[in-house]
Design a protein around this ligand. Structure first.
Ligand code: PNS
Length: 164
């Protein structure tokens, strides 16, 4: 049984993240998505909200679990008996940071491998930050995340869930 963890901030999840989760759920027996609670950052959504958003968006995928975590990703992997850390790679600009993280994780936990999934082309430009910026200035969010998520972003930023 190969278990993978997919750690990230997910503030909030986009179609790009959901695509990686879906594809990882096909390649691995179980995928545990780890939503990082980092007390030194102030995300738009609390960790509970980010977990709930992801639970709702992945509820049809039986072998996916969503959990919050604090501290190191490799410890989260160990706690979940995972052999693999999954990360999405969008573009070459992601590569340096991702490689450094993967190598650090390898030094910390040589028994855990990082597997990169190349993001599907249609989501290669997309990030939570881009989605929040477009939302802030009233752009159309339909291509970025499912309605439940885009409505939550609009509600947070504009105090109502109206569609722009
Ligand atoms: O979605 P993000 O913000 O790109 O995810 C980054 C994340 C959460 C995977 C990374 O910051 C992380 O692993 N944080 C936990 C701390 C850790 O394990 N650091 C060592 C690797 S550099």
């Amino acid at each position: 049984m190969v278990i993978a963890v997919y750690p990230g901030s997910f503030d909030p999840a986009t179609y790009g993240h959901l695509d990686v989760i879906k594809r990882a759920s096909i390649s691995f027996d179980k995928v545990v998505v780890g939503v990082l609670h980092n007390s030194s950052k102030s995300p738009l959504f609390s960790v509970e909200e980010r977990v709930n958003i992801l639970r709702e968006a992945t509820k049809e995928i039986p072998n996916v679990d969503i959990k919050r975590f604090e501290g190191l990703s490799v410890n989260f992997a160990r706690e979940n008996n995972a052999q693999v850390i999954v990360r999405g790679l969008r573009a070459v600009t992601d590569f340096e940071y991702e490689l450094q993280m993967a190598q650090t994780n390898r030094v910390l936990a040589p028994d855990i491998d990082t597997v990169f999934m190349t993001t599907s082309l249609e989501y290669a430009y997309l990030s939570s930050t881009i989605m929040k910026e477009v939302a802030l200035f009233g752009g159309d969010l339909d291509k970025f995340a499912p309605p439940a998520i885009t409505n939550a972003v609009l509600a947070k930023l504009h105090g109502s869930a109206k569609k722009l």
